[in-house]
Write a protein that binds this ligand. Structure first.
Ligand SMILES: *[C@@H]1O[C@H](CO)[C@@H](O)[C@H](O)[C@H]1NC(C)=O
Ligand SMILES: *[C@@H]1O[C@H](CO)[C@@H](O)[C@H](O)[C@H]1NC(C)=O
Ligand SMILES: *[C@@H]1O[C@H](CO)[C@@H](O)[C@H](O)[C@H]1NC(C)=O
Ligand SMILES: *[C@@H]1O[C@H](CO)[C@@H](O)[C@H](O)[C@H]1NC(C)=O
Ligand SMILES: *[C@@H]1O[C@H](CO)[C@@H](O)[C@H](O)[C@H]1NC(C)=O
Length: 659
């Protein structure tokens, strides 16, 4: 097909982006395949000749943009002066200059009037720019442009496998020679596997093991290598690719949200508190201290490209935190705050405490920029921050100040939220069982790029998957028995916590589930399955399979489902529970809290990292209720005792995987 025909097809495509029935049409498929191919081996030079030619120049005709703003002008100036980040320099969005450059490119993408301009700019950026800037800006645009939201970006750990895997794995994959391997089978520990052996075998929508899947994968050799054993007791959580990428996606969504709202801030602190609580539950499960975290000067083996924080970074952050805490503490002692515009406000007056909340508590971490060039460090790269144990120490300090401020200034949650004539009588829960689940992770982007071009054509002859074991749990049910003397709409929140009899303030409370239901007079029994819990996602198919499905659909042998991937800002469902005990079960507690429904439920789209429609919530209570503030250590506290509250001891068992 000639270039001009391709172009006209793509241009028509804008008008009919997606068919109404959830199946990608050919315009969609063409864009989708382009996206997968242009991102393939994104850290290496682009091999596609056509796109290289198309990408010779950035579109600078202002007519082609809805607006042509200062970010773009500055960016283009910097490009002409040769001031943009070099190809091989380590990119870090927390670096102020890198962030500005990303923003410039983002606008060159976002403001384009049509796909053709965007297409050319994408090719240009792929050829000329640092791949970090390119991927970051492109990810943002796919998230934010409604007409392209249906397009699927490969997951971040498939784009940059080198960020997530150890050096030995990387070296093996990089040096892997497919031709030799075929000739002298068994010369390495890389083995070929049958498609049926890919794990996990059951995915939502039965994507694997369907007839179409075998068709799509028919021309692809599936190779497998095994993961190195690590030594960190928390590795199964900290190095989990879903755990790490959750934080990355969330921050990517926030960074370029133009309308920063109080709601978004509240949601971010809630997410941070969830992450911290979940981390602490895992420490508890591993019998590590968890009540008050310390900065980790850990003696981990460094077989990753990314290092732990340098002393200098630690110093910068400690200074920042000291200053931040002093500011909050002053605001609390003096009940007043000097705003950035110079005026003083009395925090005890009217709604002023909300202004203070807004001014004092940062949440867009990409704003915490650091001026100097940096070496890759776990903490300072949002792709890997959650792998750094220091992260949780800092998070705890941030959250402590945040909760303290709320405790002092937030008006008391009205007693009206406590339901009357309602009692939680009993809670039953099916066995909680965790296990190590085998999974294959796509390393194809590390392989040498030459494997993927045959006579100038892009091909995908084989895929390299790393066999890992990850934390998983069996589905479980719980049921509540609730009696009431009237009909009432009620919200239930269910938390996971330690069995500690000690201070509530020191224990983690991880919110497992929350839901709205109607309670009728008499005895009510409500059953919830872990599959129903909100905000969670399952598995998605790999980069390789995605590409093969697109190819199959282009041959009209497959109806490409637009819901084939998973929401980027969903939390991995399989990480809900901390690893259970083997032998002796892990003892934990559930806390169930009922509150009155105020008919204020709202539905946002944060699961897809889109914050423009607000944040989903059940009611006007703070999102982390009742743990958004520091609760008194009082056994009679209305938030944690009474008929509308129920505590339940439970066990989690860890079972060995049996192949
Ligand atoms: C490769 O090695 C495995 C085990 O070491 C053996 O079972 C298999 O038959 C060998 N395959 C070939 C083609 O030599
Ligand atoms: C996509 O949606 C269809 C129809 O609702 C559903 O049957 C299918 O399971 C979904 N696929 C995935 C991968 O979620
Ligand atoms: C400073 O900002 C506050 C809150 O936005 C506003 O109420 C106040 O009038 C501003 N003061 C000045 C001097 O601009
Ligand atoms: C319902 O009313 C009866 C009679 O007043 C009382 O004994 C019972 O405790 C009430 N039940 C609840 C759940 O409030
Ligand atoms: C959960 O409940 C459903 C329906 O009540 C039942 O079919 C299922 O077997 C239960 N699952 C477990 C793990 O108990």
């Amino acid at each position: 097909m000639g270039l001009s025909i391709v172009l006209s097809l793509l241009i028509i495509g804008i008008c009919s982006e997606v068919l109404g029935n959830g199946i990608g049409n050919r315009y969609f498929l063409e864009k989708q395949r382009f996206l997968l191919e242009i991102l393939h081996h994104v850290h290496e030079p682009l091999m596609n000749q056509q796109w290289r030619s198309l990408g010779e120049h950035l579109v600078t005709d202002k007519e082609q943009y809805v607006v042509y703003n200062d970010h773009m002008t500055e960016f283009y100036k910097a490009f002409n002066l040769g001031k943009l980040l070099n190809h091989n320099v380590y990119y870090n969005p927390l670096n102020a200059d890198h962030f500005q450059q990303t923003l410039g490119l983002y606008h060159f993408f976002y403001n384009t009037r049509d796909w053709y301009t965007l297409w050319q700019n994408i090719c240009w950026a792929r050829v000329h720019l640092n791949p970090g800037i390119f991927v970051q800006a492109l990810t943002q645009v796919i998230l934010k442009r409604e007409d392209y939201q249906a397009l699927i970006m490969p997951k971040v750990y498939e784009l940059w496998p080198e960020t997530y895997h150890d050096d030995i794995t990387l070296a093996k994959a990089r040096n892997f020679n497919f031709a030799n391997w075929v000739r002298y089978e068994n010369t390495s520990d890389i083995e070929e596997i049958h498609p049926q052996k890919m794990e996990p075998s059951s995915l939502e929508g039965d994507l694997r093991n369907s007839l179409e899947w075998f068709q799509a994968m028919a021309d692809v050799n599936i190779l497998r290598m095994h993961q190195q054993k690590g030594e960190n007791k928390l590795q199964h959580l900290l190095e989990d690719i879903g755990w790490q990428s959750y934080w990355y996606n969330l921050n990517m969504g926030i960074a370029l949200t133009a309308e920063k709202s109080d709601q978004l801030q509240e949601w971010c602190y809630y997410q941070l508190s969830q992450i911290l609580a979940r981390y602490k539950m895992e420490r508890y499960a591993q019998k590590l201290s968890y009540k008050q975290l310390k900065p980790a000067r850990n003696i981990q083996k460094h077989n990753h490209r990314f290092k732990e924080s340098s002393l200098k970074t630690t110093q910068i952050i400690m200074d920042y935190l000291d200053e931040f805490e002093a500011k909050v503490s002053d605001a609390i002692s003096f009940r007043s705050l000097q705003l950035t515009n110079g005026s003083n406000i009395d925090l005890a007056e009217n709604e002023n405490w909300l202004t203070g909340l807004r001014e004092l508590f940062p949440y867009d971490w990409t704003q915490l920029t650091i001026e100097e060039p940096m070496q890759p460090e776990l903490l300072l790269d949002i792709r890997t921050s959650l792998r750094s144990e220091d992260f949780y120490y800092y998070a705890e300090r941030f959250l402590h100040s945040y909760r303290w401020y709320r405790t002092v200034f937030q008006p008391p949650n009205q007693k009206a939220f406590i339901p009357s004539d309602l009692r939680i009588d009993d809670v039953q829960i099916s066995p909680l069982i965790t296990y190590d689940q085998p999974v294959d992770v796509d390393l194809s982007n590390i392989l040498h790029a030459r494997h993927f071009y045959l006579a100038g054509q892009f091909v995908w002859p084989f895929t390299l998957q790393q066999r890992q074991f990850r934390l998983q749990h069996q589905d479980f049910n719980y049921s509540l028995q609730v009696s009431s003397n009237k009909t009432q709409s009620t919200i239930f929140r269910i938390f996971l916590t330690t069995p500690g009899q000690g201070s509530l303030q020191r224990e983690p409370f991880y919110q497992l589930d929350s839901f709205l239901t109607v309670i009728y007079p008499g005895v009510n029994r409500i059953t919830r399955n872990s599959k129903e819990f909100g905000g969670l996602i399952g598995d998605h198919i790999s980069y390789t399979e995605l590409h093969q499905f697109v190819k199959l659909a282009e041959r009209e042998e497959y109806d490409f489902p637009l819901n084939i991937s998973t929401s980027n800002c969903g939390f991995p469902r399989r990480l809900l529970l901390p690893r259970g005990g083997s032998g002796n079960p892990l003892k934990i507690r559930l806390l169930i809290v009922a509150t009155v429904y105020d008919f204020k439920a709202r539905q946002g789209n944060e699961l897809n990292c889109d914050f423009t429609k607000g944040i989903s919530r059940w009611d006007d209570l703070p999102l982390a209720y009742p743990f958004e503030r520091i609760l008194e250590d009082d056994n009679q506290a209305v938030e944690t005792s009474g008929d509308h509250v129920y505590w339940k001891d439970v066990n989690i068992l860890h079972e060995n995987y049996q192949p």
